[in-house]
Design a protein around this ligand. Sequence first.
Ligand SMILES: [Fe+2]
Length: 307
Amino acid sequence: MPHLAPPPILLTDVLDEVGDAVELLARHAPYTPLGGWYNPGADPTAKTRPMWFQNDWVHDTYTAPGSELFLHHPDYIEATKAYFDAEIVEPHSVYVNHMMAIDKAGPCHTDNPRFAGRDRANTPMWVLRTMFWSGLFDDEAIPQATAIWWLNDVDGGALRYWPDGWDEPAVEHGGRMTNTALLGDNHGMFHQVCAVGSGSGTPLVSPSAELGPVDVAGGDWAISDLGEQVFRAPLDEIRVSVLWKADVFRDEAHRVQLRDQPLSLDAVAERLGADADRFDDPDHQAEIVARFPEPRPTDALPSVYDR
Ligand SMILES: [Fe+2]
């Protein structure tokens, strides 16, 4: 088993002006439904997705204008240095989630890990996750800080998380979430979003649906789907979170070590007792995954994406 993450840090009054985030949210609309990787190749006109919308503001090759508000937030940098006892923090991702009317929780999960020379671009996700849960690659893991910031308080939508490990009870951050953020290591801590809304079912939308403001002055946002407006509400009633991620290095030597000593796929396979030539073979995958099983908290809530 890998090292457990310490409990996350709750930050309050994160932004001086929450209105800056509201303006940014509108500027970078529209948002599109989450879930492509659960259902790849889905019919773009079939209403299969819950009303959980997303957009990237910062990734490898793009930085949305204004997203520096989160990307370079000084409180995030300082809290990350303290949490990881580290000198170097390199923010690399910001993305946004909007959720409404989802009467089950989101998936209980840990975020996908990265290692020296190994990430989702060159390594199957099940291999990365098995590397993590094997505990055999802790020295090559690239520590990742995550901060989740919330715009508002809505019905439901608490973050349920396991600060003391998957075999200890969950706790929830809910009720007073406006302008707070939880900062820690979501790659080493299970977490899930609780049901959002007043419990009147989970209306579904098509993968081509779009969410955005209809009238900035009035504060209303709406979903248009297949040429029809299927949902409209004030932004206040939509659960909005902004996620931030950063690479973290203890010091320059640690950064250089992870950069200059990339793991080859064969080295990974050897340490797992696997055969890299058979990574595409479902039987081999099942055998290796069973050797290093991923735990699941017993008090996880059923997910809207469960089949
Ligand atoms: Fe997550």
